[in-house]
Design a protein around this ligand. Structure first.
Ligand code: UD1
Length: 415
């Protein structure tokens, strides 16, 4: 079992480049199925979720080639429209293949993705959007059998779900006629997906706003595309610098996508300055308490940044309240942070973090992706050595996190 060994208490200094965004590259890889020609995708990070997506593409009959951070996907011939359960289970976001395969072939058989470490993750909105597009879906024994002639329609999402918006966009590109998605998610990754689809010849407009319009049924072609930088990885490096102190320049993410997180860190006492593709944080740890942090759909405070930012505020002065509004079970890092000396109380969706003067190193375990990153953040600001296990969670979304942090002077190694 591998682990990160972190010797905390060193200030961080230097520049770090963020890799391509996990939450962009996964729907983009699925979207490559829609085009019957080769797509070349650059800035594709070496993450286990990307490997799982490429396995699904390969299983469906695509030719897949990965060279460094470039991936070629040629979906000219699809030999299958079903994804077996073991591949679906490897990655919760595999549900995104439903919209893409249906958009291309009008048929798909996939197992229900089920719950995950963040609690139940229903897909009712995904299925309702696909049904509205004319897909008949039979659910039996955890398997979804989907088929239909897809026709454009009006889809109104009851909540702005990221995955449901993406699935609806992908299926609508393959449907005949016009689709309007109302109350669409506005995350930057949706804009990235729209840009990729447009690069293939699709007519998709409005991403980034609450209404997305798709003119479906156009012939698509191959294309080349560079995935945007990962804003959550950028937030994690900022939280690390805030926790450990020092001055760090994070390059490769759009500072406008980080504004709610930067505002909170600035309120806590860090000094930030930004350019179009970079953001510099100078921190004199410890942080002081800030106004309540409430997670919300974009452009609100991202749920994915909640855990790493909480870890930074664990050492500090005063009490900061966190309210997790997106997922039911997203405080599993709290017990682990307590082992390091943090004073955090959780009641339902609310966590109250009373900053302590110092954290100490401890043996802790990652239970989910961002919670795992939070443990790394806390360990960097703690006195003494921490041993972090459960790295398979962290590897789903961070490519060589230890190497990036070592480049900033952190004492972290994978053993
Ligand atoms: C995506 C991101 C994830 C991020 C989340 C919220 C990817 C691969 N993952 O996940 O990192 O934390 O957005 O920003 O992009 N819901 C339903 N029914 C549905 C779908 C969702 O009730 O059919 C609920 C969920 O349980 C959750 C909320 O809607 O409470 C938001 O989920 P959603 O935006 O769909 O998140 P994901 O797309 O799964």
């Amino acid at each position: 079992m591998s682990a990160f060994l972190v010797e905390g208490g060193r200030r961080l200094r230097g520049e770090v480049q963020v890799h391509g965004a996990k939450n962009s590259v996964l729907p983009i890889l699925a979207a490559a199925i829609l085009a019957p020609e080769e797509c070349v995708i650059h800035n594709c990070p070496a993450l286990s979720d990307v490997t799982a997506s490429l396995e699904i593409l390969h299983h469906l009959g695509c030719r897949v080639e990965r060279t460094g951070d470039m991936v070629r996907v040629d979906a000219s011939v699809l030999t299958r429209d079903e994804v077996p359960e073991d591949l679906m289970r490897e990655m919760r976001s595999s549900v995104i293949f439903l919209g893409a395969v249906l958009g291309r072939t009008g048929r798909a058989v996939m197992s229900y993705p089920g719950g995950c470490e963040l609690g139940p993750r229903p897909i009712d909105l995904h299925l309702a959007a696909l049904r509205a597009l004319g897909v008949e879906i039979q659910e039996e024994a955890g398997v979804l059998r989907c088929a239909g002639r897809l026709r454009g329609c009006d889809i109104a999402l009851s909540i702005p779900s990221v995955g449901a918006t993406e699935n609806a966009m992908l299926a609508a590109v393959g449907a005949q006629g016009d689709t309007t998605i109302t109350n669409a998610a506005r995350e930057p990754e949706i804009v990235d997906l729209q840009r990729f689809l447009r690069a293939l010849g699709a007519d998709v407009r409005g991403a980034g706003s609450s209404v997305i319009a798709v003119r479906g049924g156009l012939p698509l072609h191959g294309g080349s595309y560079t995935v945007m930088g990962d804003r959550i990885v950028a937030c994690t490096y900022l939280a690390a610098a805030a926790a450990a102190g020092g001055e760090v320049e994070v390059v490769g993410a759009d500072y406008r996508h980080l504004s709610t997180v930067s505002a909170v860190l600035a309120e806590g006492g860090c000094v930030l300055r930004s350019g179009p593709d970079r953001i510099v944080l100078r921190g004199e740890a410890p942080l002081r308490a800030v106004c309540p942090i409430r997670t919300a759909p974009y452009p609100g405070f991202p749920t994915d940044a909640q855990a790493p930012v909480m870890a930074a505020f664990a050492r500090g002065t005063g009490a900061t309240v966190f309210v997790e509004n997106i997922f039911d079970s997203r405080y599993r890092h709290v017990d682990e942070l307590r082992r390091m000396g943090a004073d955090i109380k959780v009641e339902g969706r609310v966590a109250v973090v009373c900053g302590v003067p110092a954290l100490h190193g401890a043996g802790v375990r990652a239970h989910d992706l961002r919670g795992g990153a939070a443990l790394v953040v806390a360990a960097l600001g703690a006195a003494g050595e921490s041993r972090i296990t459960g790295l398979h969670h962290i590897d789903r979304g961070y490519c060589q996190l230890d190497e990036g942090l070592r480049g900033l002077g952190a004492a972290i190694r994978r053993v």
